[in-house]
Design a protein around this ligand. Structure first.
Ligand SMILES: [Fe+2]
Ligand SMILES: [Fe+2]
Length: 301
């Protein structure tokens, strides 16, 4: 008994230490909070996988106003995308629950949504650094293809491919490449923090895809194959999208920004070297995907 008591005291002490440590952390984007007693628990959730960001070491002050404006606009778009991704994982979680997905798939999907809240917070702080403004992400929500007539497993599989296998896998490849050219310590740490989560968001999709294909037979393969061109086009639309005004100078690159032309090349190689081989290894035919996003598309910008 006394041992148990000591262990319990030890646990309580550890909890006290954790609480004390909680007080050492500042909210990342304090203006995007409710002002209610939810805040401390929110901070605990946001610090689940702590990558320290050396906020005070930003080199943004050395940039020209035009360069800072270009970066503020880019982080504004990133904030909006990360915020929308919160709803994407919420909708995907509904599909997964409807399909009777395993508990680990469900918990990781819900956690991915929490990760996206943190990503949005980080982006808002970056907007403040470059643009001097404290903004909040624009309200909105993403929708996923919904066909009530088809088996729930097929819908969950197809939407997991779209959200996780294609979008998140591309996110990891473009984040890696962007991080490699980033010299600013704050931008580098923020991109690293986001990257470390996106890897798990992609892994969630590939794992569930294999699980679902093993159980869903030919119907699951057909549903997955039908999603391949739709999912690839979805990300291509983002890569092709018009960019904010302003030159991507060498200094801007050092703060974590590539040119649209570079992103096309990265997406093309992601399709050819990662996505299509991954899908085909699971028995999903990919049609003309490699040609569709081949050299011609990669160098069209
Ligand atoms: Fe994210
Ligand atoms: Fe993500």
């Amino acid at each position: 008994m006394s041992t148990d008591g000591a262990e319990l005291r030890g646990v309580a002490d550890e909890a006290d230490v954790a609480d004390a440590r909680d007080d050492l952390f500042e909210p990342v984007s304090e203006w995007w909070l409710s002002g209610t007693p939810l805040e401390p628990e929110h901070h605990r959730l946001m610090r689940r996988r702590l990558v320290p960001i050396p906020w005070a070491e930003s080199t943004a002050a050395a940039l020209s106003p035009a360069e800072r404006g270009r970066l503020a606009e880019t982080w504004t778009r990133r904030a909006a995308a990360e915020y929308l991704a919160v709803s994407t994982f919420a909708v995907l979680a509904i599909d997964l629950v409807a399909a009777g997905a395993p508990a680990d798939v469900l918990s990781l999907c819900m956690r991915a949504g929490i990760d996206e809240v943190r990503h949005a917070e980080l982006c808002l702080r970056m907007i403040e650094i470059y643009g001097g403004k404290r903004v909040q992400p624009p309200p909105g929500m993403s929708s996923l293809p919904d066909d009530p007539a088809r088996p729930k497993l097929f819908q969950a599989l197809a939407n997991t491919m779209l959200v996780s296998c294609v979008s998140e896998t591309y996110a990891t490849t473009v984040l890696t490449a962007t991080r490699d050219l980033t010299t600013d310590p704050v931008a580098h740490a923020v991109l690293t923090s986001i990257y470390s989560d996106e890897v798990m968001h992609a892994r969630l999709g590939w794992s569930y895809l294999r699980y679902g294909l093993e159980r869903g037979g030919q119907g699951a393969i057909d549903a997955a194959a039908a999603m391949v061109p739709i999912a690839l086009r979805g990300v291509a639309n983002v890569v092709e999208r018009e960019r904010p005004v302003g030159e991507v100078t060498e200094a801007v690159r050092g703060h974590g920004l590539m040119t649209p032309a570079e992103e096309r090349v990265i997406y093309s190689s992601c399709v050819r070297e990662v996505l299509v081989p991954g899908f085909e290894a699971l028995g999903i035919p990919c049609g003309s995907a490699v040609q569709d996003y081949g050299d011609q598309w990669a160098h069209a910008a």
